[in-house]
Design a binder for this molecule. Structure first.
Ligand code: SAH
Length: 254
């Protein structure tokens, strides 16, 4: 068993069924990330017009193919590829029991792909961070970047015992519904959340090298905001957007 590819297969049929029912799939083509032996794929194939099933481990491909054949499922295209390299554009719906070791880059890729919705199994702590609101301990760069693009909600808690082999951590079933996005500067959000317990002003002043600005400019940006003294992790998405726009304005001036 290759643990390093995040191979924990979901055995709980009720969760697989719930996932497949979470979005109306009739007439749609679904992109599935990390199909494994087809645990989720067969449930998706029953609902959707077709499924493109990505799997990196070529050793799993034959059992995936056999599993689909045995159930007479013919609307699945198997692709042996690395999801980090594969082009996600053009898919309206993305699904996946995401391999833990690349959850964050895959999440970023999904929210930028142009898809309309996604249903994903992620580590419980990651899911909680994604849906966290301002002012809480879990509110982070991940919360902000995902929520700037999507309404995120946890559909169900999935205990680790539902997987085979049993991983160290529990999971959650997460649904993302893309929306009109906020304007956020990823680098600036990164910089701010490195200092998330500081005021906006101090966080900016302490990020000057990273952001390529001088201290004077950092102070000027903070002073132009009516929330420059607020603590970073208490900022709403709207305030973060205002700050990113101000930052862009200041950068263009010089
Ligand atoms: N969908 C199955 C398997 C989930 S486990 C289920 O729900 O039970 C995660 C799967 O992702 C594994 O099969 C693993 O081999 C695959 N995987 C890991 N890294 C990958 C990558 N970079 N691209 C595509 N698949 C990957």
């Amino acid at each position: 068993m290759k643990r390093d590819l995040g191979q924990n297969f979901l055995a709980a049929e009720e969760i697989l069924e719930e996932a497949a029912q979470a979005i109306p799939l009739k007439g749609k083509t679904v992109l599935e990330i990390g199909a494994g032996h087809g645990e989720l794929t067969v449930f998706l194939a029953k609902e959707a017009k077709s499924v493109v099933a990505l799997e990196l481990d070529h050793k799993l491909i034959s059992s995936l193919r056999e599993n689909l054949l045995a159930q007479e499922i013919k609307n699945v295209k198997i692709v042996c590829a690395d999801a980090l390299e594969f082009d996600f554009s053009g898919y309206e719906v993305i699904y996946g029991n995401l391999p833990y070791y690349i959850t964050t880059p895959l999440l970023f890729k999904i929210i930028k792909s142009g898809c309309k919705s996604a249903v994903l199994l992620v580590q419980a702590e990651v899911g909680e961070r994604i849906v966290a609101g301002p002012g809480g301990r879990e509110y982070s760069r991940l919360s902000v970047m995902v929520q700037s693009q999507a309404d995120a909600g946890i559909l169900d808690f999935v205990p680790k015992e539902c997987f085979n082999p049993i991983p160290k951590v529990d999971s959650v079933l997460l649904k993302l519904a893309m929306k009109k996005n906020f304007f956020l500067d990823e680098k600036l959000v990164n910089a701010l959340f490195q200092h998330k317990n500081q005021s906006v002003k101090n966080a900016l002043v302490h990020s000057t090298a990273f952001l390529g600005i001088d201290k004077q400019k950092a102070r000027a940006i903070a002073d132009s905001l009516d929330f420059g003294g607020d603590i970073v992790f208490c900022l709403s998405l709207k305030q973060l957007e205002t700050l990113c726009k101000k930052f862009k304005g200041f950068s263009e001036k010089t």
